[in-house]
Design a protein around this ligand. Structure first.
Ligand code: MF3
Ligand code: CO
Length: 293
């Protein structure tokens, strides 16, 4: 297992693949060292997932995707956010997994449900009823056999006014455009720039305080994935990096309000609508693989 030391060329690779170092991570390590010496931020080895890790994450993701599909089939006007929490909890547990949000830093429920002006971390509640015209983010995260998956989707409840519908669509496009930038030896700023350009072109703003994160063996690993940094900056991407792309895009100003006494619910300061989609991706030898959506 990885102990921080560099193996000899003919020794076993530090990643546990069983292959010789020269046939496994040697070239990646050398290239990362060059990037580091050029002054770039680079991922530590412990952030580079092995093929076995990726397989584990995919099994976890299958449950996470299934839970969101389960919600998608049932969500409609009249449903409460507690109903959504019950669906996600039941589905996840029935598939042998654990909802990652439950008890995470004291979070009381199994999923985050964020309606209209709620930016993120909305807490499901039996008194909160979805009504025609609402837009809601359902943010689902799963632990299976120690592997973490995380993705979120927006749902339009019944008929939604065209402005909100556009916000939901453009935010999804932001994620897709960010994803196109994911490749080895690119960097996080390339993703960020693509996301913010598309948001700004549509008159929207990007939340700075929250973003994506490394994920796999823990819920939130390094790096922080900002969507407000410029192209060409931020951590260099290497094969095996796994992280989320999850921009929060506001119809109005980017400022947020974190004063809710429950300690979790984040709102836009101007109470204008906000949207978020989240996917989990792996950097591959020649681009990316979407692991969870
Ligand atoms: N799923 C969120 C994310 O994308 C994290 C939620 S933390 C919780 O990172 F505790 F609120 F669940
Ligand atoms: Co996330």
């Amino acid at each position: 297992m990885y102990d921080g030391s560099t193996p000899g060329r003919n020794d076993e690779c530090w990643c546990g693949s069983g292959k010789k170092y020269k046939k496994c991570h040697l070239q990646i390590d050398e290239r990362l060292q060059e990037c580091y010496e050029e002054g770039h931020e680079v991922p530590y080895r412990n952030l580079l997932k092995t093929p076995a890790d990726i397989e584990g994450i995919k099994k976890s993701a299958a449950v996470n995707i299934g839970a969101l599909d389960y919600v998608a089939e049932r969500i409609k006007p009249g449903v409460t956010t507690q109903d959504i929490d019950n669906w996600v909890h039941e589905y996840t547990v029935e598939h042998g997994a654990i909802p990652a949000p439950l008890n995470y830093e004291g979070f009381p429920k199994s999923v985050c449900t964020s309606i209209n002006e709620v930016v993120c971390h909305g807490i499901p509640d039996e008194g909160e009823v979805l009504k025609e015209g609402d837009i809601i983010n359902v943010d689902c995260s799963t632990i299976l056999d120690g592997y973490y998956s995380d993705s979120s989707r927006m749902f339009c409840i019944g008929t939604v006014d065209p402005e909100r519908e556009k916000l939901v669509r453009v935010t999804k496009e932001c994620v897709e455009l960010g994803l196109q930038q994911v490749k080895p030896w690119g960097c996080l700023g390339d993703i960020s720039q693509a996301v913010q350009d598309h948001a700004h072109e549509n008159g929207y703003s990007v939340v700075a305080e929250f973003g994506g994160h490394g994920i796999g063996l823990e819920f939130h690993e390094d790096p922080f994935v900002s969507f407000t940094i410029p192209k060409g900056t931020g951590m260099v991407l290497a094969p095996g990096c796994v992280f989320t792309i999850e921009p929060m895009i506001n119809m109005g100003k980017p400022d947020i309000d974190m004063s809710d006494p429950n300690g979790w619910t984040v709102r836009t300061k101007d109470r204008q609508p906000t949207a978020q989609w989240e996917i989990q991706v792996a950097v591959t030898e020649d681009g990316y693989e979407v692991l969870c959506w």
